[in-house]
Write a protein that binds this ligand. Sequence first.
Ligand SMILES: [Zn+2]
Length: 377
Amino acid sequence: MRGSLRLLQVAGIDIKVHFTFPLILLLGAFDWGSKYGASGAAFGALLMLALFVCVVLHELGHSLVAQRFGIPVREIVLLPIGGVAMLGKMPRKPVQELLIAIAGPLVNVVLAIGLVFALGVRGDLPLDGSGLLALSKAAPSVETLLQWLLAANVSLFVFNLIPAFPMDGGRILRAVLAMFLGFSRGTKIAAGVGQVLALGLGLYAIFNGQILLALVAAFVFMGAGQERAVEEARTLLSTLRLGDAYNKHALTLAPGDSVHRVIDYLLTSYQPDFAVVLGGRLLGVVTRDAVLQALAAGTDDNYVTGIMNREILRLEAGLSLAEAREKLAELGVPVAAVFEGEHYLGLVNQEDINEALHIAAFLRIAQERKAGSLFAA
Ligand SMILES: [Zn+2]
């Protein structure tokens, strides 16, 4: 994610903080500082740090299970509103999604049990819950820290199990439905349930004047819609083939062309990548970045063969766009070569795939309109 800084790496996963993250520390410091002065402010910031350690562990719970299923995890980013684990692709088996989704909240259960144990050992266990309720008035102490974290982990567990996207509960519900109804219908129903819940929550919030809660409801409502859109796009992408999406009118280069020629092409076309072809055979690909690097290094007088990338991902023309998109995202490569057997067809990048999807979506709407107007007539 842009604007985030790497803190550390765990199991090959970068853990990053977004530049807006310190806001939550300030908020904690302000909240406790207004009651207990400077030491209160330090305590408030410490509480928020401890909370986000729990959030990282929650996200690591999702991530480590995902890795077990061979799903690459790119990074975990901490935002003031919580953490996000970026998975390289979506788990396609409902059981996998279920286990990945459930692992996060389970981490909070384990943490809560650990905190109850620690409080018990110290003799500070709020057995009747009154200790938890009085938290907002408690003075900074180790006891308050442990009790506050216990309450926070219980809240994280409960909040995440709300069966609405983008919460873990929404994914759990979709995974269970998908086992019986398939992925597409499961997503539709789970998104519907999430939107009904969000609507109810939103109405409750508005009637009770709770603006923050109303915002959360709006966020959940949009999250559900987005998940449905992603799934619809995926269904559409899986019906289209890569052979329909690659750029058939691309400019190509010959091995004897100079880098200057590519610069001319870059200036006069929107094409970002150029195949170097000899007798219909693909030798390599020159990317815009490689050209810019050559320009910066002053080696733009060279031949294109000097700056072309020879190791290009090969994709079969019969592959669906969904599979192609997943492959590109998984390997983190910007461009791939499309082949039909041994015959090179052209290059395809993420944007070509998105463009094909965009047009296909319009075509479908147009067809539905036609069918609709026929019915009306
Ligand atoms: Zn989660």
